[in-house]
Design a protein around this ligand. Sequence first.
Ligand SMILES: Cc1cc2nc3c(=O)[nH]c(=O)nc-3n(C[C@H](O)[C@H](O)[C@H](O)COP(=O)(O)OP(=O)(O)OC[C@H]3O[C@@H](n4cnc5c(N)ncnc54)[C@H](O)[C@@H]3O)c2cc1C
Length: 355
Amino acid sequence: MMWDVIVIGSGIGGLTAGALLARDGRRVLVCESHGFPGGAAHAFSRRGFCFDSGPSFYCGLSGSPSLNPLKQVLDLLGESLATIPYDPLGHYHFPEATLPIYSNLERYRQTIAQVSPQGAQELAAFHQKLLGLYGGLQGIPAIALSSDWRLLPKLLVNYGPALLKLLPYLGLVNGSAGRIMDGTVADPWVRRLIDLECFLLSGLKAHGTIAPEVAFMLGGTGQGGGGISPGGSGAIAQTLVRGLERWGGQLRTQAHVEEILVRDRRAVGVRLTSGEVLQSQIVISNASIWDTYGQLLPPDALPPAQREQALATPAIASFMHLHLGIRAEGLEGLTGHHVVVHHAIAISPNRAILA
Ligand SMILES: Cc1cc2nc3c(=O)[nH]c(=O)nc-3n(C[C@H](O)[C@H](O)[C@H](O)COP(=O)(O)OP(=O)(O)OC[C@H]3O[C@@H](n4cnc5c(N)ncnc54)[C@H](O)[C@@H]3O)c2cc1C
């Protein structure tokens, strides 16, 4: 059988691409190495405890319209996800103080003022800039964006009024949160707090984190608070799989792709570890950039410069997860996230060294 599209990997990205293309009428097969879907966002059980493998902080998953791209995708697929709101989102434990992280920004800044009244005022100016950007972005759904030349005419025709609203913030769209911080916040403690929050969001400090990402987080939590699905990120993956299958797409687990087959510089299918060959008009890789360009594609499949450019992307040196199951009796009211900061020696783009 000739597939229209084969997607390598059933992470949130692969499932989203597969499900939307299935909705568009394409015959889609998603091949996943593991025995379950979700990639970094799967859930698993051990000895009666359920664990989320990765993500735990979501905002904008409930209510429509939402700026959350995942919510927009679920809406398009006709799928919905139950969510439980939580506020405070958790606590920061600094040597100086333990602070609840409230969704309501005014309330959050009041707690910051207990450590630094001046810093809290500066934080308000930082928030104001980012919320202005959020307001400007609100009228243009992420699902409408593409990275080709068609974007500009599409925006002009369909989103003219929203573009006008965004105009005063255009300078911030491609900039970093750090640039906004430099213009609004001098207090060293609050600057460290912003760096920490950016690191939690993107893995990079404020100068490495794009402003719209932080604006989206502030606007999303401020409006609807954080919300977690009762089944954790595993439920999100399952909902996307349901959306894929509802539109006729298929998921095959334990189907590790060993090679993308290429003819005349066009992908024509994939070969699985089992030796099975699957043919397709289009192959989309949800595997990492290093696996895709370094292992799945034959070295001569693409112009060398394109391959070198992709493989020049630095990989994170290491990342450790420790999953601990804790019995919930007597822990009613425990908040979702606890960020313990001792003394940050350095937070580099590749690693956080906390001592
Ligand atoms: C610890 C942690 C915490 C996080 N916290 C949050 C959070 O709070 N909020 C948030 O929004 N995001 C969070 N994230 C980020 C979020 O989880 C990821 O951005 C997202 O899940 C990545 O999805 P993806 O589809 O891009 O890739 P992946 O999830 O990496 O999916 C890739 C898939 O491809 C499969 N695959 C790879 N190679 C092959 C092959 N050759 N053949 C077949 N299958 C293959 C893999 O098995 C995997 O299933 C967190 C991530 C981590 C790790």
